[in-house]
Design a protein around this ligand. Structure first.
Ligand code: THU
Length: 134
């Protein structure tokens, strides 16, 4: 895994995401994900993945977090944090990249290792260099 940083700065957010993993509804894939969106003024909004027995209706944790922030009136994001049950950092899926890229400030995506000791960081324009626009 490239560009792993020691996680000494985001421990509290990692701990919150770790607790939230139990709320993830993933009976089909068993792949539990939690995400947080940080607004430019430091507010945090959280989400977990919510699956459905009609599989395509599943919603990713990152989009739930973004939609929670937008619902509360926030649209400028400085960071998005992701934790899953995997030991490796989990990057956002393509659909979530497009949704995150919709909003300004080119947020950093912080992807924690499962034990929270390390994270990988990429900004959204690195993860989605040619976003759809019209
Ligand atoms: N999932 C997320 O929550 N975020 C992603 O970026 C990728 C995938 C969820 C959707 C599904 O519930 C499970 O992971 C397996 O695909």
């Amino acid at each position: 895994m490239s560009d792993l940083y020691k996680n000494i700065e985001f421990k509290e957010i990692y701990n919150n995401l770790k607790k939230l993993l139990v709320n993830s509804y993933a009976p089909y894939s068993k792949f539990h994900v939690a995400a947080a969106v940080e607004t430019e003024d430091g507010k945090l909004f959280y989400g977990v993945n919510v699956e459905n027995m009609s599989y395509p209706l599943t919603m990713c944790a990152e989009r739930v977090a973004v939609f929670n922030a937008v619902t509360a009136g926030y649209k400028k994001f400085s960071r998005v944090y992701i934790l899953s049950i995997s030991s490796k950092p989990t990057p956002p899926c393509g659909a979530c990249r497009q949704v995150i890229a919709e909003f300004p400030d080119n947020p950093d995506i912080i992807m924690f290792t499962g034990d929270g000791e390390y994270y990988e960081k990429k900004n959204i324009s690195e993860l989605l260099p040619l976003q759809f626009e019209f």
